[in-house]
Design a binder for this molecule. Sequence first.
Ligand code: ADP
Ligand code: ASP
Ligand code: MG
Length: 424
Amino acid sequence: MALLVQKYGGTSVTSPEHIGHVADRVAAARQLGHRIVVVVSAMGEETDRLNALAQATNPAPRPRELDVLLATGEQATIALLAMALERRGCAARSFTGAQAGIRTDATHNRARIESIDPTAIREALANKQVAVVAGFQGVDANGNITTIGRGGSDTTAVALAAAIGADECQICTDVDGVYTADPRIVPAARRLDRISMEEMLELSGMGSKVLHPRAVEYAGRHRVPVRVVSTFMSGDGTLVDHQQSDMEGPQLVGIACNRDEAMITVSGIPDQSGIGAALMGPLADANIDVDMVVQNQGQDGRIDLSFTVQRGDHDRALRRLRQTADELSARSVSANDKIAKISVVGAGVRRSHAGVVSKLCQVLAGEGIDIRMLSTAEIKVSVAVDEKYLELAVRALHDAFQLDRAEDTGSEDRHTDADTKSAV
Ligand code: ADP
Ligand code: ASP
Ligand code: MG
């Protein structure tokens, strides 16, 4: 008899029928004697709808009020799922983030979980109820409703699993595990039975949205066993493994991509000390994250500095940089807000960065794709390319690095649930 946290994402609760299916699944696990805490997201695209509603009402809503609005998405799902469970004779009780004891800091729209008091959840479990908890939300020290950032329900689930000492945190979603690449982009992608924590952290940090990076980070820090499984079909999914990555294992474990990137270049900066700090300082002050950075020295001795920012920050970043570039007497500032980042990830990258980089460059050149920027880290190599090449580049790299082939069997199941969803 296990103590389980099961998290169902928006794609698993898009309609009353889907919620009924989730209730069947949870009730079946209860029948087996497991104690269950369920964490749910808002139904389907509800959070997008609520965001659009806010924008239509006030293009710059106060973050506090936006949180009050956004939190209603998850609040609707917990009530509906509790009702669906009761209908199946399975005792259940819904909990908002605040009722579940989830305390966050006061940074509205992207708050961080500070602590969880699981007393109320434990009481529900002791009363043989399924605790149904709203993901993505909490409450600050002054009783204000907060939300923890898009995709945050994964983090709620992992944090609750840590707080109650769950045997496993199951992320139930519309794919049956973690694949070597997004199976919607690469039909030949292969499901992994296991992935190391270190590799999962890189894949999700670089854009594989099957797991939210903060959830993986939290799981690593608190040693929470996490498994990604399908809501719609049976199977063991993918276990995120706390064992060290296998140095002898395959070179690469997967490819991640992120299309929300923009690139900015400040050209012709007179060579002087402190250029980097002068340019980056105003961005840091405005909370704009800079990712890949490349600095070149031109023939004329002047410097070009290029870097990527998130696409949503592009306009703000450009405004600030134009001002600083003027102050530094730089020649020009140019930008491209249609950039994608593609990262190949694997513990084996450590063995040969040069080997991975040269193959990657060769493959992309073969497809006629310009690499705008390249960066290497311990277990990943990332490139920035024009967004229009994203699919082509990911498929070509997946193929060239033979990620569709398992080292041992090559016979694992491979499918998204797009085809099985109709069975719900
Ligand atoms: P949920 O609504 O359950 O939170 P998400 O849409 O956030 O689901 O995450 C699941 C999606 O993640 C899948 O539908 C898939 O397209 C995408 N995805 C991206 N990279 C991967 C990967 N490496 N393995 C599996 N799924 C991936
Ligand atoms: N509903 C929120 C979102 O769409 C949180 C989540 O789904 O994890 O981002
Ligand atoms: Mg998600």
